[in-house]
Design a protein around this ligand. Structure first.
Ligand code: 6PG
Length: 243
């Protein structure tokens, strides 16, 4: 875990990590396959990645953008994770439309989940079986956030999605609006080459303390279902940690 002074410093560190991961992946396998996080926290990161002087450091022609989850709303809805990333990042960088793989929140969640899993399986050349863990056949980077209840992506406490071991993408009934969502599951997220959580703000301090210092219970605290992640947090979010 790295603790930074504030959200701005978290975004700056995460942006450097994205640049590093992108260039390493492209050098190794000719592409960079990233899963974006939704919510508000990553906006600062996306805006920094799009900023002149920074955007040039990423080989956008080799980047493929996916999402870790999506709300079941139209793509222009302010609640859409795609809409936020489009406004903060995608509209400002030379990323081909065919490299932007949004989750179709406007369609039936079950069909969308099945189609998105098929897309991921084609991308990772694994039409059956568990997610591969070899370079070029998994996410090079998965970005995640942490909800106040310990959820990540749209893996909410005490839901079947947290315990899913077969499917890579599932429809979800969330306890907070928007209630219908589509989420990647722990198996495909845990197969990522690199996973980074970004957590900022005092309102996340109890959840962060629960992740690291509470009982190990991924069903109650779904972020604990994600293995081997790096945590970029600010001082406010870390304020209840004893260590
Ligand atoms: C979403 C995200 C979700 C988010 C957390 C934190 O679609 O909302 O995937 O997991 O990362 O809820 O959200 P904030 O960054 O807005 O606090």
């Amino acid at each position: 875990m790295e603790v930074f002074a504030d959200a701005r410093a978290v975004a700056a560190a995460a942006a450097e990590a994205v640049v590093e991961s992108a260039n390493r992946a492209v050098d190794r396998s000719g592409q960079f396959v990233v899963a974006l996080s939704g919510g508000n926290t990553p906006r600062g990161l996306y805006e920094r990645l799009a900023a002149p002087g920074f955007a040039e450091r990423i080989p956008w022609d080799a980047v493929h953008v996916f999402w870790g989850d999506e709300r079941c709303v139209p793509p222009f809805d302010p609640q859409s994770d795609y809409a936020m990333a489009k406004e903060a990042l995608l509209d400002h960088v030379p990323l081909a439309e065919g490299h932007i793989h949004r989750i179709r929140g406007e369609d039936d969640p079950e069909l969308v989940a099945l189609e998105y899993e098929r897309l991921l399986r084609r991308t990772f050349v694994a039409m059956t079986g568990p997610p591969p863990t070899v370079p070029g056949a998994r996410f090079d980077l998965a970005l995640l956030g942490l909800g106040p209840d310990g959820h990540t992506a749209s893996l909410f406490p005490e839901t079947a999605a947290v315990k899913e071991v077969e499917r890579w993408v599932v429809p979800v009934q969330a306890p907070v609006a928007p209630y219908r969502r589509v989420s990647l599951t722990p198996p495909v997220l845990n197969a990522s080459a690199r996973t980074i959580f970004m957590v900022t703000g005092a309102e996340k301090a109890p959840a962060l303390a629960a992740v690291f210092e509470g009982p190990h219970d991924p069903s109650a605290c779904p972020a604990q279902a994600i293995d081997g992640a790096e945590w970029f947090v600010d001082a406010e979010a870390a304020s209840l940690l004893s260590g």
